[in-house]
Design a protein around this ligand. Sequence first.
Ligand SMILES: Cc1cc2nc3c(=O)[nH]c(=O)nc-3n(C[C@H](O)[C@H](O)[C@H](O)COP(=O)(O)OP(=O)(O)OC[C@H]3O[C@@H](n4cnc5c(N)ncnc54)[C@H](O)[C@@H]3O)c2cc1C
Length: 483
Amino acid sequence: MIYDVAVIGAGVSGGSAAMELSKYNLKVVILEKALDAAMGATKANSGIVHAGYDCEPGTLMAKLNVEGSAMMEKLCENLKVPYERCGSFVVGFDDDDKKKIEELYQRGIENGVENMEIIDGEEARKIERHLSHDVKWALYAKTAGIVSPYELAIAMCDNAVENGAEIMLDFEVTSIEKKGNFIISSPGKSIEARYVVNAAGIYADKISKIAGAEEFEILPRRGEYILFDKKAESKVSTVIFQTPSKMGKGVLTAPTVHGNMFIGPDAQDMDDKEDKSTTIEGLNYIKEMAARSVTKIDYSRIITQFSGLRAVYSGKKDFYIKNSDMLPGFVNVAGICSPGLSASPAIGVMVRELLQKAGLEMKENKNYNPVRNVPKPFSEMNEEEINEAYQNDSKYGRIICRCETVTEAEIVAAIHSNVPALTVDSIKRRTRGTSGRCQGGFCGPRILEILSRELNKEPNEIVKSDKNAYIVDSRLREDKHND
Ligand SMILES: Cc1cc2nc3c(=O)[nH]c(=O)nc-3n(C[C@H](O)[C@H](O)[C@H](O)COP(=O)(O)OP(=O)(O)OC[C@H]3O[C@@H](n4cnc5c(N)ncnc54)[C@H](O)[C@@H]3O)c2cc1C
């Protein structure tokens, strides 16, 4: 089989490109090195759909942010991905901040952002009652929202597959040769494609280099977070930024679409593209900064901390989305740092246009279905719906995750879905199982059992998230038996 397009990377950029291409009669394959989609920056970020006032006017970032943000609501409705247009504030504490807020407002106007206003602290506190009394000014952007980033990427890939694309997980691209078509290889396997989209996130520089396309550098910039339980007091309902610096948009306090709250991220330039650790210094810094924005933070309700790595292009501050001049048929989608999530719906469209420019012919896929067919989560069903679901599948009668009320039926469906859940964390990203207060303490072993049964694997072959992240080490027991 010769694919028309191979998309490398199943984050929001690759997912969006594949979904857009599946609207046409093309053979598309997504190649992802991890055991799931959304395992790069798309997994660990703030989940904010930015209004678009922050980016430098005239940049791709500004254009795609505003376009993507406008597309997001309808897209999430179609893909059944949690999204909420909750609005955002950039808060200011003194006259200097007020100046910066006015600059952001002007930028927003130039970028075409609608529904923004500058209001004083009192007005702002009427909208967000937890805002600190020290806040004197705020830029209020009503079009800003929040989305579940990993669910968005998984849903985009799922929709692409539903409409004819393929996804290959555990396919780490290690070589790309052009022999007429592109031969793209991972240890022990290879595929052939006419066009390639490089959406490999932090490793997009490496992929471009091994293909023989342009050389550039992608630098990792880490951001750490603290996540709070749904039951935390003084949970905010809007996204609260402080004025930005050259390192980024600063520490924010924000709700998640699942009813939690988080604070973060900081911004640390790193040498190691794999270092997603959290640090005492980083966490203390975000605590200190977040305390400026709100009246109170309920630290008794922390449930976890994590970090993500931004993919920063070493050249001009912008996304690097281009047809390669050196390697016809190869498209780079690189340097997709923030606001890449917000821009992602528009990134897919741009990639499709670039491929058309590069000579790829495409005819509309008349059977394309933009609406994802996913059952309602058990936790949102009414009594009648629960009875009906149980009549159809008795596994709805077994609740596995009690914190988030997730049933065995939903877990089994996730394992056998278009983008199959192969790990314990993949189940979490699709069903919320293990993401509650106990963080998998109770339901984790049950989910492991179900994965083992459904995938026909031994429990000690099931991993938490990445390859080699084994949960059960049965060799210990085997050794004991041998004694
Ligand atoms: C701390 C932080 C906060 C952020 N906050 C926001 C925000 O609030 N709003 C916003 O709009 N944006 C935000 N962003 C930016 C946003 O997360 C990214 O722009 C977006 O997720 C990038 O998606 P991507 O698909 O380009 O890259 P990724 O999600 O990194 O995906 C790349 C994929 O390529 C795969 N891959 C890599 N190498 C190979 C290989 N050799 N073979 C096969 N596959 C490979 C990876 O496994 C990965 O799945 C934030 C980012 C960070 C880190």
